[in-house]
Design a protein around this ligand. Structure first.
Ligand SMILES: [Zn+2]
Ligand SMILES: [Zn+2]
Length: 482
């Protein structure tokens, strides 16, 4: 009995499978007939490409859309720009792509960036092009190309924009990421290093970030670094077999980089200390920087393991870490690059600067609960009936000279217009009805305490703008910075 039942079940199962296969086959034929207008011979490939062409296109891995948080980015960018301007820096904008050779020479052929991480391609003219992986080499290239040294030194620039590196994406690390940076070109004095670090600290404070740790080091000059590299090689030679593959490769090419390998950090701890190998000039330079930071009450820790990932650093290097961010805790990295401009074909010109990872600033702001709140419109204009729509449009044009204005564009009923005003965080709502248009006195509602008042348009401006009263955006903009 039991085996007969099993047999029945098998027959049913097989029957069902045939049925389903037939169904799918019929569906496939039908789709083909539909797609090809009756031709049943269309291949599966064509079906797939049809489906692909109609599926949603997604952003590239490692990139990000800044959609709802744009106001946070704007807020941070404005603060950073403002601080740089207060310290006498002006903006420089360089292209997003450059000749690959710039980064080979400027960043260094042996660095991870050039070896593994660059977006390099050949353009239609057969040139090797690279999407900029960092901002310093392009700024220095522009400095040389435009003979800016002839305009007087120092030259002080800040920049802001997207950079590109092919890395494994993770929190705070994207393939298109954003950096803000400053470059102080022309001074070899420790006061320039202190000034640069001061700006780095001030930009963080400007957005309310206080719990950061500044670490500084000196990597010496070409003169004293030779002795140090020799000592490092002697230290690492017996350890070579235990090191990671990257470090084995770097040992001959750029032994300094062994110090900042995360995997082999244990060995770096007892490695020779660069500070013991500094020549007298480098030692004096570093000591003066430290005393200037002391004068400014800027706390720092001397950390000989900081060598930074790029070849171009000389003497001062520094990092600002935000310990609460975990693995990606370095939010600012910078230092001095006295040979870079010469490397790029200019006259020897010492420089110092830093770059900030904007995505990490966003993470730090989030972890500290320091995000600004979105700023809504100042005024939302609502109409009682459809007849007042033209008047509302005219009044909005007038008021937009003084404040942020919005208006219903969906033909909503009065109550729904009010809900929309709340959704947009409007500070005030202006009601326009038949009576208002006739009398020229409008009902203004302050949303914070629900107070209503009857005011003329001039009085509406004065109420909303407070002290600034009739200053328009234009006037405000011209008075700023004077
Ligand atoms: Zn030196
Ligand atoms: Zn390693």
């Amino acid at each position: 009995m039991k085996s007969e039942k099993d047999l029945d079940f098998k027959v049913i199962l097989i029957g069902y499978c045939y049925f389903m296969i037939l169904n799918y086959w019929t569906l496939y034929i039908n789709i083909n007939i539909f797609l090809k207008g009756g031709c049943v011979n269309s291949s599966l490939n064509e079906l797939e490409s049809f489906l692909d062409a109609n599926s949603m296109i997604k952003k590239i891995k490692g990139t990000n859309d800044i959609v709802e948080n744009t106001y946070i980015w704007e807020w941070v960018e404005d603060k950073f720009k403002e601080v740089a301007k207060r310290f006498g820096f002006s903006e420089i904008r360089t292209p997003i792509f450059e000749a690959t050779e710039l980064f080979n020479r400027g960043v260094g052929k042996e660095t991870d960036i050039v070896q593994k991480e660059m977006y390099t391609f050949e353009d239609k003219g057969g040139r090797s092009i690279t999407l900029r992986p960092e901002g310093t080499a392009p700024v220095m290239r522009a400095f040389v190309e435009h003979s800016l040294a002839s305009k007087g030194l120092p030259q002080k620039f800040f920049y802001l924009g997207p950079m590109f590196r092919y890395e494994r994406p993770q929190a705070g690390r994207l393939r298109q990421f954003h950096q803000y940076g400053i470059e102080l070109i022309g001074s070899s004095l420790p006061v320039a290093d202190a000034y640069t670090i001061l700006v780095a600290v001030e930009i963080l404070k400007a957005v309310g970030l206080e719990n950061f740790k500044l670490k500084i080091n000196s990597t010496g000059c070409q003169k004293c670094r030779a002795g140090y590299k020799k000592a490092l090689k002697e230290y690492y030679r017996p350890l070579l077999n235990n090191l990671c593959d990257d470090c084995k490769r770097r040992y001959d090419r750029n032994v300094l980089r062994l110090l900042d390998c995360k995997r082999d950090a244990e060995y770096a701890k007892s490695a020779p200390n660069i500070l013991d190998y500094l020549c007298d000039d480098c030692k004096a330079h570093f000591n003066e920087l430290k005393s200037l930071l002391d004068t400014l009450n800027i706390e720092y820790e001397v950390d000989p393991s900081i060598v930074r990932g790029l070849d171009y650093y000389t003497r001062t290097v520094f990092e600002i870490k935000y310990p609460s961010l975990g693995a990606q805790d370095a939010i600012i990295g910078g230092g001095r690059y006295d040979n870079l401009i010469e490397e790029l074909g200019g006259a020897p010109t010492p420089s110092v600067g830093f770059a900030v990872g904007m995505e990490r600033i966003m993470l730090a702001l989030t972890s500290e609960g320091k995000l600004p709140s979105p700023r809504g419109v100042d005024l939302y204009v609502v109409t009682v009936g459809d007849e007042q729509r033209a008047d509302a449009l005219k009044i909005s044009r007038e008021l937009s000279k003084y404040m942020r204005v919005d208006i219903d564009l969906m033909g909503r009923k009065l109550k729904a217009q009010f809900s929309n005003a709340s959704r947009e965080n409007a500070r005030y709502v202006l009601v326009i009805g038949e009576e208002e248009v006739k009398s020229g006195l409008y009902t203004l509602k302050r949303m914070s305490d629900r107070t209503q008042m009857k005011l003329s348009i001039d009085e509406v401006v004065m109420e909303i703008k407070g002290k600034r009263r009739l200053e328009s955006f234009e006037q405000e903009n011209t008075t700023f910075g004077s």
